[in-house]
Ligand binder design. Structure first.
Ligand SMILES: Nc1ncnc2c1ncn2[C@@H]1O[C@H](COP(=O)(O)OP(=O)(O)O)[C@@H](O)[C@H]1O
Ligand SMILES: [Mg+2]
Length: 585
Protein backbone atom coordinates (compact mmCIF):
# COMPACT_ATOMS: atom_id res chain seq x y z
CA UNK A 1 0.00 0.00 0.00
CA UNK A 2 1.22 3.49 -0.79
CA UNK A 3 2.25 5.55 2.20
CA UNK A 4 -0.46 7.78 3.57
CA UNK A 5 -0.34 11.49 3.26
CA UNK A 6 0.03 13.30 6.56
CA UNK A 7 -3.44 14.68 6.25
CA UNK A 8 -5.00 11.30 5.60
CA UNK A 9 -3.08 9.79 8.47
CA UNK A 10 -4.19 12.52 10.81
CA UNK A 11 -7.76 12.01 9.68
CA UNK A 12 -7.59 8.33 10.38
CA UNK A 13 -6.05 8.85 13.79
CA UNK A 14 -8.54 11.56 14.71
CA UNK A 15 -10.45 9.45 17.28
CA UNK A 16 -7.24 8.92 19.23
CA UNK A 17 -6.30 12.55 18.81
CA UNK A 18 -9.71 13.67 20.07
CA UNK A 19 -9.47 11.42 23.09
CA UNK A 20 -6.01 12.65 24.02
CA UNK A 21 -7.18 16.20 23.46
CA UNK A 22 -9.46 15.76 26.50
CA UNK A 23 -6.26 15.49 28.50
CA UNK A 24 -4.82 18.52 26.83
CA UNK A 25 -7.79 20.53 28.06
CA UNK A 26 -7.24 19.41 31.64
CA UNK A 27 -3.50 19.79 31.28
CA UNK A 28 -3.33 23.34 32.59
CA UNK A 29 -5.50 22.77 35.69
CA UNK A 30 -3.67 19.56 36.50
CA UNK A 31 -0.27 21.16 36.08
CA UNK A 32 -1.32 24.10 38.23
CA UNK A 33 -2.62 21.71 40.89
CA UNK A 34 0.59 19.70 40.68
CA UNK A 35 2.67 22.82 41.02
CA UNK A 36 0.69 24.00 44.03
CA UNK A 37 0.78 20.54 45.58
CA UNK A 38 4.50 20.27 45.09
CA UNK A 39 5.02 23.67 46.64
CA UNK A 40 2.93 22.58 49.59
CA UNK A 41 5.16 19.55 49.94
CA UNK A 42 7.70 22.01 51.31
CA UNK A 43 5.38 22.62 54.22
CA UNK A 44 6.49 19.62 56.17
CA UNK A 45 10.27 20.19 55.90
CA UNK A 46 9.74 23.86 56.70
CA UNK A 47 7.62 22.87 59.67
CA UNK A 48 10.37 20.55 60.91
CA UNK A 49 12.93 23.26 60.44
CA UNK A 50 10.83 25.68 62.48
CA UNK A 51 10.22 23.18 65.23
CA UNK A 52 13.87 22.21 65.54
CA UNK A 53 15.54 25.54 65.04
CA UNK A 54 12.99 27.95 66.45
CA UNK A 55 10.65 26.21 68.87
CA UNK A 56 13.26 24.00 70.53
CA UNK A 57 15.81 26.77 70.83
CA UNK A 58 13.36 29.27 72.30
CA UNK A 59 11.28 26.63 74.15
CA UNK A 60 8.22 28.69 73.21
CA UNK A 61 4.93 26.82 73.11
CA UNK A 62 3.09 29.74 71.57
CA UNK A 63 5.51 29.69 68.63
CA UNK A 64 4.83 25.96 68.28
CA UNK A 65 1.09 26.64 68.15
CA UNK A 66 1.44 29.28 65.43
CA UNK A 67 3.92 27.21 63.42
CA UNK A 68 1.73 24.13 63.76
CA UNK A 69 -1.34 25.99 62.58
CA UNK A 70 0.42 26.98 59.40
CA UNK A 71 2.05 23.57 59.02
CA UNK A 72 -1.12 21.54 59.36
CA UNK A 73 -3.14 24.03 57.36
CA UNK A 74 -0.72 23.60 54.49
CA UNK A 75 -0.77 19.83 54.79
CA UNK A 76 -4.58 19.80 54.78
CA UNK A 77 -4.59 22.00 51.70
CA UNK A 78 -2.12 19.63 50.07
CA UNK A 79 -4.50 16.75 50.74
CA UNK A 80 -7.35 18.65 49.12
CA UNK A 81 -5.31 19.55 46.03
CA UNK A 82 -4.12 15.98 45.56
CA UNK A 83 -7.67 14.75 45.92
CA UNK A 84 -8.85 17.21 43.26
CA UNK A 85 -6.07 16.21 40.94
CA UNK A 86 -6.78 12.49 41.13
CA UNK A 87 -10.51 13.20 40.82
CA UNK A 88 -9.95 15.19 37.62
CA UNK A 89 -7.73 12.50 36.16
CA UNK A 90 -10.14 9.71 36.92
CA UNK A 91 -13.05 11.66 35.40
CA UNK A 92 -11.05 12.45 32.28
CA UNK A 93 -10.09 8.84 31.90
CA UNK A 94 -13.77 7.90 31.86
CA UNK A 95 -14.38 10.57 29.24
CA UNK A 96 -11.38 9.23 27.34
CA UNK A 97 -12.96 5.79 27.18
CA UNK A 98 -16.32 7.23 26.17
CA UNK A 99 -14.70 9.27 23.45
CA UNK A 100 -12.40 6.64 22.01
CA UNK A 101 -13.89 3.16 22.38
CA UNK A 102 -17.20 3.71 20.52
CA UNK A 103 -15.44 5.45 17.65
CA UNK A 104 -12.89 2.68 17.28
CA UNK A 105 -15.60 0.03 17.39
CA UNK A 106 -17.60 1.81 14.74
CA UNK A 107 -14.50 2.30 12.60
CA UNK A 108 -13.70 -1.39 12.85
CA UNK A 109 -17.26 -2.24 11.88
CA UNK A 110 -17.12 0.10 8.92
CA UNK A 111 -14.05 -1.72 7.65
CA UNK A 112 -15.87 -5.00 7.20
CA UNK A 113 -16.55 -8.13 9.18
CA UNK A 114 -13.01 -9.53 9.04
CA UNK A 115 -11.53 -6.50 10.75
CA UNK A 116 -13.51 -6.69 13.97
CA UNK A 117 -13.00 -10.44 14.14
CA UNK A 118 -9.23 -10.01 13.94
CA UNK A 119 -9.02 -7.02 16.27
CA UNK A 120 -11.45 -7.67 19.11
CA UNK A 121 -8.55 -7.37 21.54
CA UNK A 122 -8.16 -3.72 20.62
CA UNK A 123 -11.24 -3.02 22.71
CA UNK A 124 -9.34 -4.42 25.68
CA UNK A 125 -6.31 -2.37 24.75
CA UNK A 126 -8.36 0.77 25.15
CA UNK A 127 -9.33 -0.35 28.65
CA UNK A 128 -5.64 -0.76 29.44
CA UNK A 129 -5.00 2.76 28.20
CA UNK A 130 -7.85 4.17 30.25
CA UNK A 131 -6.68 2.39 33.39
CA UNK A 132 -3.22 3.77 32.94
CA UNK A 133 -4.43 7.28 32.32
CA UNK A 134 -6.60 7.22 35.44
CA UNK A 135 -3.99 5.71 37.66
CA UNK A 136 -1.15 6.70 39.90
CA UNK A 137 1.36 6.28 37.09
CA UNK A 138 0.19 9.47 35.48
CA UNK A 139 0.22 11.27 38.80
CA UNK A 140 3.83 10.39 39.48
CA UNK A 141 4.66 11.42 35.93
CA UNK A 142 3.08 14.77 36.78
CA UNK A 143 5.20 15.07 39.89
CA UNK A 144 8.48 14.08 38.31
CA UNK A 145 9.07 17.44 36.56
CA UNK A 146 9.10 19.15 39.97
CA UNK A 147 12.04 17.09 41.12
CA UNK A 148 14.49 19.82 39.96
CA UNK A 149 12.69 22.30 42.21
CA UNK A 150 13.41 20.17 45.26
CA UNK A 151 16.98 19.67 44.15
CA UNK A 152 17.37 23.41 43.68
CA UNK A 153 16.21 24.04 47.23
CA UNK A 154 18.63 21.39 48.47
CA UNK A 155 21.39 23.25 46.62
CA UNK A 156 20.34 26.42 48.36
CA UNK A 157 20.59 24.74 51.76
CA UNK A 158 24.02 23.43 50.86
CA UNK A 159 25.63 22.51 47.53
CA UNK A 160 26.63 19.14 48.95
CA UNK A 161 23.00 18.27 49.55
CA UNK A 162 22.13 19.25 46.02
CA UNK A 163 24.94 17.16 44.64
CA UNK A 164 23.85 14.13 46.63
CA UNK A 165 20.30 14.53 45.31
CA UNK A 166 21.50 14.80 41.72
CA UNK A 167 23.67 11.72 42.07
CA UNK A 168 20.72 9.85 43.59
CA UNK A 169 18.29 10.95 40.88
CA UNK A 170 20.75 10.08 38.13
CA UNK A 171 21.35 6.63 39.61
CA UNK A 172 17.65 5.93 39.99
CA UNK A 173 16.88 7.26 36.56
CA UNK A 174 19.67 5.16 35.04
CA UNK A 175 18.16 2.11 36.66
CA UNK A 176 14.76 3.02 35.27
CA UNK A 177 16.19 3.23 31.78
CA UNK A 178 17.95 -0.09 32.26
CA UNK A 179 14.71 -1.61 33.45
CA UNK A 180 12.84 -0.32 30.43
CA UNK A 181 15.57 -1.46 28.12
CA UNK A 182 15.79 -5.01 29.44
CA UNK A 183 12.09 -5.64 29.83
CA UNK A 184 10.63 -3.89 26.82
CA UNK A 185 10.64 -6.83 24.44
CA UNK A 186 9.48 -9.34 27.01
CA UNK A 187 6.58 -7.25 28.20
CA UNK A 188 5.45 -6.56 24.68
CA UNK A 189 5.58 -10.21 23.66
CA UNK A 190 3.85 -11.21 26.87
CA UNK A 191 1.07 -8.78 26.15
CA UNK A 192 0.56 -10.12 22.65
CA UNK A 193 0.59 -13.71 23.83
CA UNK A 194 -1.84 -12.94 26.63
CA UNK A 195 -4.25 -11.25 24.26
CA UNK A 196 -4.18 -14.22 21.94
CA UNK A 197 -4.72 -16.56 24.90
CA UNK A 198 -7.81 -14.53 25.79
CA UNK A 199 -9.03 -14.82 22.21
CA UNK A 200 -8.58 -18.56 22.41
CA UNK A 201 -10.76 -18.60 25.53
CA UNK A 202 -13.45 -16.75 23.63
CA UNK A 203 -13.41 -19.45 20.94
CA UNK A 204 -13.60 -22.20 23.51
CA UNK A 205 -16.48 -20.44 25.24
CA UNK A 206 -18.39 -20.16 21.99
CA UNK A 207 -17.98 -23.87 21.47
CA UNK A 208 -18.55 -24.87 25.06
CA UNK A 209 -21.39 -27.27 24.16
CA UNK A 210 -19.14 -29.10 21.80
CA UNK A 211 -16.21 -29.23 24.20
CA UNK A 212 -18.29 -30.59 27.05
CA UNK A 213 -20.39 -33.05 25.06
CA UNK A 214 -17.48 -34.70 23.31
CA UNK A 215 -15.03 -34.52 26.20
CA UNK A 216 -12.67 -32.13 24.46
CA UNK A 217 -11.67 -30.40 27.70
CA UNK A 218 -8.11 -31.70 27.55
CA UNK A 219 -7.25 -30.64 24.02
CA UNK A 220 -9.15 -27.36 24.41
CA UNK A 221 -7.17 -26.52 27.52
CA UNK A 222 -3.99 -27.50 25.71
CA UNK A 223 -4.81 -25.18 22.85
CA UNK A 224 -5.15 -22.27 25.24
CA UNK A 225 -2.19 -23.34 27.34
CA UNK A 226 0.30 -23.00 24.53
CA UNK A 227 -0.42 -19.31 24.26
CA UNK A 228 -0.81 -18.83 27.97
CA UNK A 229 2.54 -20.50 28.67
CA UNK A 230 4.20 -18.33 26.06
CA UNK A 231 2.78 -15.27 27.79
CA UNK A 232 3.94 -16.46 31.19
CA UNK A 233 7.40 -17.24 29.83
CA UNK A 234 7.89 -13.76 28.49
CA UNK A 235 6.29 -12.23 31.53
CA UNK A 236 8.42 -14.06 34.07
CA UNK A 237 11.61 -13.25 32.20
CA UNK A 238 10.70 -9.61 32.08
CA UNK A 239 9.51 -9.40 35.65
CA UNK A 240 12.57 -11.18 37.00
CA UNK A 241 14.78 -8.62 35.34
CA UNK A 242 12.54 -5.82 36.50
CA UNK A 243 12.56 -7.29 40.01
CA UNK A 244 16.35 -7.31 40.20
CA UNK A 245 16.50 -3.71 39.16
CA UNK A 246 13.77 -2.81 41.62
CA UNK A 247 15.74 -4.36 44.48
CA UNK A 248 18.82 -2.44 43.48
CA UNK A 249 16.72 0.69 43.39
CA UNK A 250 15.41 0.11 46.87
CA UNK A 251 18.93 -0.44 48.17
CA UNK A 252 20.15 2.82 46.67
CA UNK A 253 17.17 4.62 48.13
CA UNK A 254 17.81 3.38 51.66
CA UNK A 255 21.51 4.09 51.34
CA UNK A 256 20.78 7.63 50.21
CA UNK A 257 18.50 8.20 53.19
CA UNK A 258 21.30 7.35 55.57
CA UNK A 259 23.92 9.18 53.54
CA UNK A 260 21.95 12.39 53.73
CA UNK A 261 21.89 12.22 57.53
CA UNK A 262 25.63 11.48 57.66
CA UNK A 263 26.32 14.31 55.25
CA UNK A 264 24.11 16.61 57.34
CA UNK A 265 26.07 15.73 60.45
CA UNK A 266 29.35 16.67 58.74
CA UNK A 267 27.84 19.94 57.56
CA UNK A 268 26.55 20.74 61.06
CA UNK A 269 29.95 19.97 62.58
CA UNK A 270 31.54 22.28 60.06
CA UNK A 271 28.96 24.89 61.00
CA UNK A 272 27.52 25.22 57.50
CA UNK A 273 23.91 24.30 58.42
CA UNK A 274 21.73 24.02 61.50
CA UNK A 275 20.60 20.78 63.10
CA UNK A 276 17.04 21.37 61.90
CA UNK A 277 18.30 21.39 58.38
CA UNK A 278 19.45 17.80 58.69
CA UNK A 279 15.86 16.71 59.14
CA UNK A 280 14.51 19.11 56.52
CA UNK A 281 17.23 18.07 54.06
CA UNK A 282 16.50 14.40 54.56
CA UNK A 283 12.79 14.97 53.96
CA UNK A 284 13.45 17.08 50.88
CA UNK A 285 15.75 14.46 49.41
CA UNK A 286 13.08 11.84 49.97
CA UNK A 287 10.47 14.02 48.28
CA UNK A 288 12.69 14.73 45.32
CA UNK A 289 13.30 11.07 44.66
CA UNK A 290 9.81 9.70 45.31
CA UNK A 291 8.35 10.43 41.86
CA UNK A 292 11.43 9.04 40.15
CA UNK A 293 11.17 5.88 42.17
CA UNK A 294 7.43 5.59 41.62
CA UNK A 295 7.88 5.89 37.92
CA UNK A 296 10.33 3.04 37.96
CA UNK A 297 7.74 0.90 39.70
CA UNK A 298 5.26 1.83 37.03
CA UNK A 299 7.27 1.04 33.95
CA UNK A 300 5.22 -2.06 33.45
CA UNK A 301 1.97 -0.16 33.35
CA UNK A 302 3.59 2.33 31.08
CA UNK A 303 4.89 -0.33 28.70
CA UNK A 304 1.46 -1.98 28.50
CA UNK A 305 -0.05 1.40 27.91
CA UNK A 306 2.38 2.19 25.14
CA UNK A 307 1.90 -1.19 23.45
CA UNK A 308 -1.87 -0.73 23.63
CA UNK A 309 -1.57 2.77 22.22
CA UNK A 310 0.56 1.44 19.35
CA UNK A 311 -1.96 -1.25 18.49
CA UNK A 312 -4.89 1.16 18.51
CA UNK A 313 -2.86 3.58 16.42
CA UNK A 314 -1.91 0.90 13.91
CA UNK A 315 -5.50 -0.24 13.60
CA UNK A 316 -6.86 3.24 13.08
CA UNK A 317 -4.14 4.08 10.57
CA UNK A 318 -5.05 1.02 8.54
CA UNK A 319 -8.74 1.85 8.15
CA UNK A 320 -9.94 4.77 6.06
CA UNK A 321 -11.85 7.34 8.09
CA UNK A 322 -15.59 7.14 7.81
CA UNK A 323 -17.11 9.78 5.63
CA UNK A 324 -20.80 10.61 5.69
CA UNK A 325 -20.96 9.56 2.06
CA UNK A 326 -23.34 10.66 -0.63
CA UNK A 327 -26.91 9.58 -0.24
CA UNK A 328 -28.36 8.10 -3.41
CA UNK A 329 -32.07 7.92 -4.24
CA UNK A 330 -33.78 4.89 -2.71
CA UNK A 331 -32.91 2.18 -5.21
CA UNK A 332 -35.58 0.29 -7.08
CA UNK A 333 -33.48 -2.82 -6.97
CA UNK A 334 -32.10 -3.50 -10.44
CA UNK A 335 -29.23 -5.88 -9.91
CA UNK A 336 -26.36 -6.01 -12.32
CA UNK A 337 -23.47 -8.38 -11.74
CA UNK A 338 -20.64 -8.28 -14.21
CA UNK A 339 -17.57 -10.53 -14.46
CA UNK A 340 -17.54 -10.85 -10.69
CA UNK A 341 -14.43 -12.39 -9.18
CA UNK A 342 -14.41 -12.83 -5.41
CA UNK A 343 -11.91 -14.29 -2.97
CA UNK A 344 -12.43 -14.73 0.75
CA UNK A 345 -11.01 -11.81 2.78
CA UNK A 346 -7.27 -12.31 2.91
CA UNK A 347 -7.54 -15.29 0.58
CA UNK A 348 -6.00 -15.59 -2.85
CA UNK A 349 -8.17 -18.31 -4.40
CA UNK A 350 -11.00 -17.02 -6.56
CA UNK A 351 -14.19 -18.55 -5.20
CA UNK A 352 -16.28 -16.86 -7.88
CA UNK A 353 -14.67 -16.78 -11.29
CA UNK A 354 -16.33 -14.23 -13.49
CA UNK A 355 -20.02 -14.42 -12.61
CA UNK A 356 -22.35 -12.21 -14.67
CA UNK A 357 -26.11 -11.86 -14.63
CA UNK A 358 -28.76 -9.20 -14.57
CA UNK A 359 -32.14 -9.03 -12.93
CA UNK A 360 -34.71 -6.28 -13.10
CA UNK A 361 -36.10 -4.52 -10.06
CA UNK A 362 -38.88 -6.57 -8.52
CA UNK A 363 -37.71 -9.83 -9.99
CA UNK A 364 -36.63 -12.73 -7.87
CA UNK A 365 -33.68 -14.97 -8.45
CA UNK A 366 -33.07 -18.47 -7.16
CA UNK A 367 -29.41 -19.45 -6.81
CA UNK A 368 -28.81 -23.19 -6.79
CA UNK A 369 -25.77 -25.37 -6.99
CA UNK A 370 -24.10 -28.06 -5.01
CA UNK A 371 -22.62 -27.35 -1.64
CA UNK A 372 -19.37 -25.39 -2.02
CA UNK A 373 -20.28 -24.10 -5.47
CA UNK A 374 -20.14 -20.48 -4.26
CA UNK A 375 -23.75 -19.59 -3.45
CA UNK A 376 -22.99 -18.02 -0.10
CA UNK A 377 -19.95 -16.27 -1.57
CA UNK A 378 -22.10 -14.74 -4.29
CA UNK A 379 -24.68 -13.58 -1.78
CA UNK A 380 -22.01 -12.06 0.46
CA UNK A 381 -20.60 -10.19 -2.52
CA UNK A 382 -24.08 -8.94 -3.46
CA UNK A 383 -24.59 -7.31 -0.08
CA UNK A 384 -21.03 -5.98 -0.03
CA UNK A 385 -19.74 -8.06 2.87
CA UNK A 386 -16.98 -9.45 0.67
CA UNK A 387 -15.62 -7.03 -1.90
CA UNK A 388 -14.99 -8.07 -5.47
CA UNK A 389 -11.41 -8.71 -6.55
CA UNK A 390 -12.58 -7.61 -9.97
CA UNK A 391 -15.84 -7.06 -11.76
CA UNK A 392 -18.75 -5.35 -10.10
CA UNK A 393 -22.07 -5.60 -8.35
CA UNK A 394 -24.32 -2.67 -9.17
CA UNK A 395 -27.68 -1.77 -7.78
CA UNK A 396 -29.59 0.70 -9.96
CA UNK A 397 -26.28 1.37 -11.67
CA UNK A 398 -24.33 2.23 -8.50
CA UNK A 399 -21.60 0.11 -7.04
CA UNK A 400 -22.62 -1.35 -3.69
CA UNK A 401 -19.71 0.49 -2.08
CA UNK A 402 -21.13 3.83 -3.22
CA UNK A 403 -24.06 3.59 -0.86
CA UNK A 404 -23.17 5.17 2.48
CA UNK A 405 -23.47 2.91 5.52
CA UNK A 406 -26.56 4.70 6.82
CA UNK A 407 -28.34 3.85 3.58
CA UNK A 408 -27.48 0.17 3.67
CA UNK A 409 -30.44 -0.60 5.89
CA UNK A 410 -32.99 0.52 3.31
CA UNK A 411 -30.89 -1.05 0.57
CA UNK A 412 -30.48 -4.60 1.84
CA UNK A 413 -32.19 -7.23 3.84
CA UNK A 414 -29.77 -10.07 4.41
CA UNK A 415 -30.30 -13.43 5.98
CA UNK A 416 -26.93 -15.16 6.35
CA UNK A 417 -26.64 -18.90 6.10
CA UNK A 418 -25.45 -19.23 9.69
CA UNK A 419 -28.08 -17.38 11.62
CA UNK A 420 -27.04 -15.60 14.79
CA UNK A 421 -29.30 -13.40 16.84
CA UNK A 422 -28.17 -10.66 19.19
CA UNK A 423 -28.87 -11.04 22.86
CA UNK A 424 -31.81 -8.72 23.28
CA UNK A 425 -35.54 -8.83 22.78
CA UNK A 426 -37.25 -10.30 19.74
CA UNK A 427 -38.36 -6.79 18.80
CA UNK A 428 -34.80 -5.50 19.03
CA UNK A 429 -33.61 -8.31 16.82
CA UNK A 430 -36.27 -7.85 14.18
CA UNK A 431 -35.80 -4.07 14.13
CA UNK A 432 -32.04 -4.51 13.65
CA UNK A 433 -31.32 -3.30 17.20
CA UNK A 434 -33.10 0.01 16.69
CA UNK A 435 -36.77 -0.41 17.63
CA UNK A 436 -38.68 2.82 17.27
CA UNK A 437 -41.86 1.75 15.54
CA UNK A 438 -43.67 -1.30 16.90
CA UNK A 439 -45.88 -1.52 13.84
CA UNK A 440 -42.89 -1.94 11.53
CA UNK A 441 -41.66 -4.79 13.70
CA UNK A 442 -45.03 -6.51 13.56
CA UNK A 443 -45.27 -5.96 9.79
CA UNK A 444 -41.92 -7.64 9.28
CA UNK A 445 -42.88 -10.51 11.56
CA UNK A 446 -46.18 -11.01 9.77
CA UNK A 447 -44.43 -10.95 6.40
CA UNK A 448 -41.94 -13.52 7.61
CA UNK A 449 -44.78 -15.65 8.98
CA UNK A 450 -43.33 -15.50 12.46
CA UNK A 451 -45.87 -13.26 14.20
CA UNK A 452 -47.83 -16.14 15.80
CA UNK A 453 -44.66 -17.81 16.88
CA UNK A 454 -43.49 -14.61 18.58
CA UNK A 455 -46.83 -14.20 20.34
CA UNK A 456 -46.49 -17.68 21.75
CA UNK A 457 -43.23 -16.76 23.48
CA UNK A 458 -43.49 -15.91 27.22
CA UNK A 459 -43.28 -12.16 26.74
CA UNK A 460 -44.15 -11.90 23.07
CA UNK A 461 -42.08 -9.33 21.25
CA UNK A 462 -40.41 -8.33 24.51
CA UNK A 463 -39.05 -11.82 25.12
CA UNK A 464 -35.34 -11.72 25.70
CA UNK A 465 -33.45 -14.13 23.49
CA UNK A 466 -29.79 -14.97 23.12
CA UNK A 467 -27.30 -15.24 25.96
CA UNK A 468 -29.16 -15.65 29.24
CA UNK A 469 -32.53 -15.29 27.54
CA UNK A 470 -35.18 -17.54 26.12
CA UNK A 471 -33.80 -20.20 23.84
CA UNK A 472 -35.04 -20.52 20.26
CA UNK A 473 -34.72 -23.53 18.03
CA UNK A 474 -32.71 -23.34 14.81
CA UNK A 475 -35.85 -22.98 12.71
CA UNK A 476 -37.31 -20.32 15.02
CA UNK A 477 -34.10 -18.35 14.86
CA UNK A 478 -34.10 -18.57 11.12
CA UNK A 479 -37.62 -17.21 10.93
CA UNK A 480 -36.91 -14.34 13.33
CA UNK A 481 -33.83 -13.56 11.23
CA UNK A 482 -35.99 -13.61 8.12
CA UNK A 483 -38.23 -10.98 9.72
CA UNK A 484 -35.12 -8.96 10.45
CA UNK A 485 -34.16 -9.15 6.77
CA UNK A 486 -37.61 -7.94 5.72
CA UNK A 487 -37.81 -5.11 8.26
CA UNK A 488 -38.98 -1.90 6.54
CA UNK A 489 -38.93 -3.50 3.12
CA UNK A 490 -35.44 -2.98 1.83
CA UNK A 491 -34.96 -2.77 -1.95
CA UNK A 492 -32.93 -5.93 -2.33
CA UNK A 493 -33.58 -8.94 -0.13
CA UNK A 494 -30.86 -11.56 -0.03
CA UNK A 495 -31.65 -14.86 1.67
CA UNK A 496 -29.00 -17.53 2.05
CA UNK A 497 -30.67 -20.93 2.34
CA UNK A 498 -33.59 -19.53 4.31
CA UNK A 499 -35.23 -22.94 4.49
CA UNK A 500 -32.28 -24.94 5.72
CA UNK A 501 -33.75 -25.36 9.20
CA UNK A 502 -37.43 -25.15 8.42
CA UNK A 503 -40.12 -27.79 8.81
CA UNK A 504 -42.97 -28.19 6.33
CA UNK A 505 -44.99 -25.48 8.03
CA UNK A 506 -42.02 -23.12 7.99
CA UNK A 507 -41.44 -23.86 4.29
CA UNK A 508 -45.04 -23.05 3.57
CA UNK A 509 -44.70 -19.74 5.42
CA UNK A 510 -41.50 -18.99 3.51
CA UNK A 511 -43.15 -19.69 0.16
CA UNK A 512 -45.90 -17.24 1.15
CA UNK A 513 -43.28 -14.68 2.12
CA UNK A 514 -41.54 -14.97 -1.24
CA UNK A 515 -44.85 -14.62 -3.01
CA UNK A 516 -45.64 -11.50 -0.99
CA UNK A 517 -42.23 -10.00 -1.71
CA UNK A 518 -42.75 -10.58 -5.38
CA UNK A 519 -46.11 -8.91 -5.46
CA UNK A 520 -44.56 -6.11 -3.41
CA UNK A 521 -42.02 -5.47 -6.15
CA UNK A 522 -38.98 -6.33 -4.02
CA UNK A 523 -35.89 -7.71 -5.68
CA UNK A 524 -35.14 -11.04 -4.07
CA UNK A 525 -32.10 -13.28 -4.31
CA UNK A 526 -32.53 -16.60 -2.57
CA UNK A 527 -30.09 -19.47 -2.48
CA UNK A 528 -31.29 -22.96 -1.77
CA UNK A 529 -30.40 -26.54 -2.20
CA UNK A 530 -34.04 -27.61 -2.18
CA UNK A 531 -35.79 -27.19 -5.48
CA UNK A 532 -39.23 -26.67 -3.99
CA UNK A 533 -38.56 -23.01 -3.25
CA UNK A 534 -37.89 -22.33 -6.90
CA UNK A 535 -41.60 -22.25 -7.64
CA UNK A 536 -41.57 -18.71 -6.25
CA UNK A 537 -38.78 -17.18 -8.35
CA UNK A 538 -38.65 -15.55 -11.78
CA UNK A 539 -35.12 -16.53 -12.65
CA UNK A 540 -32.74 -19.29 -11.76
CA UNK A 541 -28.97 -19.23 -11.67
CA UNK A 542 -27.08 -22.49 -11.37
CA UNK A 543 -23.58 -22.15 -9.95
CA UNK A 544 -20.89 -24.73 -10.35
CA UNK A 545 -17.40 -24.30 -8.97
CA UNK A 546 -17.77 -20.55 -8.83
CA UNK A 547 -19.05 -20.18 -12.36
CA UNK A 548 -22.47 -19.72 -13.89
CA UNK A 549 -23.56 -23.01 -15.33
CA UNK A 550 -27.09 -22.01 -16.25
CA UNK A 551 -28.99 -18.78 -16.05
CA UNK A 552 -32.45 -17.98 -17.34
CA UNK A 553 -36.12 -17.81 -16.55
CA UNK A 554 -37.56 -20.35 -14.19
CA UNK A 555 -39.61 -22.02 -16.87
CA UNK A 556 -36.52 -22.40 -18.99
CA UNK A 557 -34.12 -23.68 -16.34
CA UNK A 558 -36.29 -25.74 -14.03
CA UNK A 559 -37.05 -28.46 -16.58
CA UNK A 560 -33.33 -28.82 -17.19
CA UNK A 561 -32.75 -29.23 -13.48
CA UNK A 562 -35.50 -31.81 -13.38
CA UNK A 563 -34.21 -33.64 -16.43
CA UNK A 564 -32.58 -36.88 -15.41
CA UNK A 565 -29.15 -36.08 -16.85
CA UNK A 566 -28.52 -32.59 -15.60
CA UNK A 567 -29.94 -32.96 -12.12
CA UNK A 568 -27.11 -32.33 -9.66
CA UNK A 569 -26.78 -35.41 -7.50
CA UNK A 570 -27.79 -33.75 -4.26
CA UNK A 571 -31.06 -32.31 -5.55
CA UNK A 572 -32.36 -35.56 -7.01
CA UNK A 573 -33.96 -36.76 -3.79
CA UNK A 574 -36.17 -33.67 -3.56
CA UNK A 575 -37.20 -33.66 -7.20
CA UNK A 576 -40.16 -35.82 -6.35
CA UNK A 577 -41.58 -33.11 -4.13
CA UNK A 578 -41.96 -30.78 -7.07
CA UNK A 579 -45.33 -30.56 -8.69
CA UNK A 580 -45.37 -30.32 -12.50
CA UNK A 581 -44.75 -26.81 -13.75
CA UNK A 582 -42.35 -26.16 -10.93
CA UNK A 583 -44.86 -25.04 -8.31
CA UNK A 584 -43.61 -26.14 -4.96
CA UNK A 585 -45.81 -28.18 -2.77
N1 LIG B 1 -14.13 -17.79 4.65
C1 LIG B 1 -13.69 -18.55 3.64
N2 LIG B 1 -12.39 -18.59 3.33
C2 LIG B 1 -11.93 -19.32 2.32
N3 LIG B 1 -12.68 -20.08 1.56
C3 LIG B 1 -13.99 -20.10 1.79
C4 LIG B 1 -14.57 -19.34 2.84
N4 LIG B 1 -15.88 -19.56 2.85
C5 LIG B 1 -16.13 -20.43 1.84
N5 LIG B 1 -14.99 -20.76 1.21
C6 LIG B 1 -14.85 -21.66 0.08
O1 LIG B 1 -15.55 -21.09 -0.99
C7 LIG B 1 -16.23 -22.08 -1.73
C8 LIG B 1 -17.67 -21.69 -1.88
O2 LIG B 1 -18.26 -21.66 -0.61
P1 LIG B 1 -19.73 -21.18 -0.39
O3 LIG B 1 -19.90 -19.90 -1.11
O4 LIG B 1 -19.98 -21.16 1.07
O5 LIG B 1 -20.54 -22.32 -1.10
P2 LIG B 1 -22.07 -22.70 -0.94
O6 LIG B 1 -22.76 -21.63 -0.22
O7 LIG B 1 -22.53 -22.86 -2.35
O8 LIG B 1 -22.11 -24.00 -0.23
C9 LIG B 1 -16.01 -23.38 -1.01
O9 LIG B 1 -15.06 -24.11 -1.72
C10 LIG B 1 -15.50 -22.98 0.34
O10 LIG B 1 -14.54 -23.91 0.76
MG1 LIG C 1 -23.76 -21.62 1.44
Amino acid sequence: MATLSDLERRNRLAPLGDAYRLYRRTFVPVVVLSFAANLLLFASPIYMLQVYDRVLSTRSLSTLVVVSMFGFGAIALLGILEFLRSRILSRVSVAFGQELSPKVLSRMLSAGPGVIEGNKSVMRDMDTMRDFLAGSALISAMDAPWTPLFILVLYMIDPWYGTLAVVGAVLLFGLAVASEWTTRKGMKEAQYALVSAHDQIATIARNADLVVSMGMQGPATRLWRQRFDAALGWQSEASERAGTIQNLTRFIRVALQSAVIGLGAILVIEGRITAGMIIAGSTLLGRSLTPVEQMIGQWRAFISFRAADERVRALLAAIPAETPGFELPTPKGTLDVHQLVVAAPGGKVALLKGVSFHIEAGQSLGVVGRSGSGKSTLLRALVGVWSPASGHVRIDGADVGQFPPRQKGQLFGYLPQDVELFSGTVAENISRLDPDDDQDVVDAAVAAGVHDLVLSLPEGYETKIGAGGHGLSGGQKQRVALARALYRWPSVIVLDEPNSNLDAQGEEALANTLRALRSNGRTVVVSTHKLNLLGQVDKILVLDEGQVKLFGSRDEILPQLLGPKSVPAQVRPVVGTLAPGGTAQ
